[in-house]
Design a protein around this ligand. Structure first.
Ligand code: DON
Length: 569
């Protein structure tokens, strides 16, 4: 009897303890990886896994990218998408390069002043929330164009089926995703004509299953009919009906007319490295080229990682580059962007003529409507290198977190709020605090200016570094820092992508510091003495990168700021 009681007692204690210690659900993330042949780095472990599976099946980097894009549309609703757009930069093993622009376009009924009231003031949040914020989505056309031109597997169903299964059967959400969905609950309710799958009666918890039945059906139509499964037929009807129900303006004609465009990459150099990046309608490649060329003449390696001298130099270059961006950049199919002049060596040398190592140059007085970014910043980047040496760097977005927060009823996907990337009114800042001008004014069919900077760095005629990140206006400077972290400051790849970052964008006139940055008091003091304003803010960027190491192996690194994951074989 005594023994039985003892056993019962022990059993009870074990039960209580095991209940107490039952850990909340967590994906086991691989933050870095080293592999001989191939590497995939994305913002979600399921997407990395599926990308890798496609490579193992004999797909090339583009096949894997298509599978990852569709998987992220399911498992990363905050940014992955079929209702948004993006840019792909690629370098094939034979050395050829290309870029694919599947950026959203302004609908045919869009007009220059569509977000202004009668007094010509910008109506708050009209370009950010709901139906009117959405540009014509480009992602499905983009994947279709990429498949047609570059697929090795030539089996589209194999690329999209994993995403369909995840939407139909559900996947477990992470803590970060549960927090995001809970935070956005009210907005989802307010901005939708029917209740989307992202809203449930109780709080979301890590490990809950997110099932997206309608999205699975839409993806199935895309599988069976290609791009027409989205831009025509039932999906198009659902989009247009949603627009009618919620006061949006995307029409059947807009959807039918949408085309992804292959564009010449923006190619430049930094010392012995080649830089392949995105031309307009992104400002990213151009701005990155300007930044690298502006700092190249200075002994930045000697200054040291995040020394006051290095931060000062980089911030001063950033100030000038973002001022150029605001004035000259827009969709080059609509306005003349003086690309060559802006990256001309002499022009950039002149631009830095008034750089003073001891003093910050003040930006103009901050005018009305200039704000520090307050929106959550959600876009997503992924990098893939396959065994043949083909490399893909792809950034895709809905713009803000969950885009317009409006789901197309019956079709289950979120609409973007990319229209906010246009300049709603010259001189008035958008949600990232970015100012634009004539060049980025709204016109029907025009693409809104972007900062996305998917980039491939080459060395000795081989892919050296594949890199990119989300982060709105901070994208360009995060890519800039990551490249310098590797090339100049000898950081390991995991450190290069995850260490704290800083950012200057001309206006507001401040060096923004993210939460992970650790500047010593003397460095801060030195920067303040030079006349800089320092502004602590939330984390920005989720950098993903793949590096070709000196021993020829591939190293992948995923930012510690999210559920990002690197894996290879
Ligand atoms: O294209 C752009 O520059 C923006 N729509 C990107 C938004 C973004 O990165 C938000 N996320 N982190």
């Amino acid at each position: 009897m005594r023994l039985n009681l003892k056993i019962l007692y022990i059993f009870l204690i074990i039960t209580v303890l095991s209940c107490k210690t039952k850990a909340p659900f967590r994906y086991s993330l691989q933050k870095s990886a080293i592999a001989d042949q191939s590497m995939v780095v994305t913002a979600h472990p399921l997407a990395s896994e599926i990308g890798l599976k496609i490579l193992k099946k004999g797909g090339n980097a583009v096949d894997a990218a298509i599978a990852v894009q569709y998987t992220l549309a399911v498992v990363l609703p905050v940014a992955g998408n079929i209702g948004g757009g993006g840019f792909m930069v690629l370098r094939m093993a034979d050395g050829t390069t290309n870029t694919l622009d599947f950026r959203e376009k302004a609908p045919g009924k869009a007009s220059r002043d569509m977000y202004l009231d009668e007094q010509q003031a910008v109506i708050p949040r009209l370009s950010i929330d709901g139906h009117l914020a959405s540009g014509v989505p480009g992602s499905v056309a983009g994947m279709d164009a990429a498949f047609t031109r570059y697929s090795q597997l030539k089996d589209f169903a194999a690329l999209i089926d994993p995403a369909i299964a995840l939407a139909r059967d559900g996947f477990q959400i992470s803590q970060q995703q549960a927090d995001g969905l809970n935070r956005t609950r009210e907005a989802f309710i307010k901005l939708n004509t029917t209740t989307p799958a992202f809203v449930k009666n109780t709080e979301w918890k890590a490990g809950d299953l997110l099932v997206q039945t309608e999205l699975a059906k839409t993806l199935t139509r895309i599988r069976d009919q290609g791009a027409a499964g989205f831009y025509e037929g039932e999906t198009a009807d659902l989009i247009v009906a949603e627009m009618k129900a919620g006061g949006g303006i995307i029409s059947h004609q807009d959807l039918k007319d949408y085309e992804a465009i292959w564009r010449q990459p923006l190619v430049s150099t930094y010392k012995e490295y080649g830089i392949i990046s995105m031309p307009p309608p992104s400002s990213g490649g151009l701005a990155l080229a300007q930044l690298l060329k502006m700092v190249a003449p200075y002994p930045i390696r000697t200054y040291g990682f995040q020394s006051a001298e290095a931060i000062h130099l980089m911030a001063e270059a950033e100030r000038r580059v973002y001022a150029d961006r605001a004035t000259y950049l827009g969709d080059s199919d609509f306005v003349t962007v003086p690309i060559r002049s802006l990256i001309d060596d002499n022009y950039l040398k002149n631009r830095m003529m008034d750089f003073d190592p001891n003093r910050a140059n003040a930006s103009e007085m901050v005018g009305a409507g200039l704000v520090t970014p307050v929106e959550s910043e959600e876009t997503t980047h992924f990098c893939i290198v396959d065994a043949a040496g083909n490399a893909v760097s792809l950034t895709t977005t809905l713009n803000g977190g969950y885009g317009a927060k409006t789901v197309v009823s019956g079709a289950g996907f979120l609409l973007n709020n990319e229209m906010d990337d246009f300049s709603a009114k010259p001189g008035v800042a958008n949600m990232f605090g970015l100012i634009g001008n004539e060049a980025n004014a709204i016109e029907p069919g025009k693409r809104m200016l972007s900062s996305m900077t998917p980039t491939i760095v080459t060395k000795d005629n081989e892919v050296y570094l594949v890199v990119g990140t989300p982060g709105g206006s901070t994208i360009i400077t995060s890519v800039f820092q990551t490249i310098l972290n590797v090339i100049e400051f000898d950081k390991t790849l995991p450190d290069a992508v995850s260490l704290g970052r800083f950012h200057h964008q001309w206006k507001p006139d401040a060096i923004q510091l993210d939460e992970l940055i650790e500047l010593s008091p003397p460095v801060k003091k030195n920067l303040l003495k030079k006349g800089h304003h320092l502004k602590q803010r939330s984390n920005f960027g989720r950098v993903e990168a793949i590096l070709r190491r000196a021993d020829g192996r591939l190293e992948g690194a995923a930012d510690v700021r999210g559920d990002d994951d690197a894996r290879g074989f």
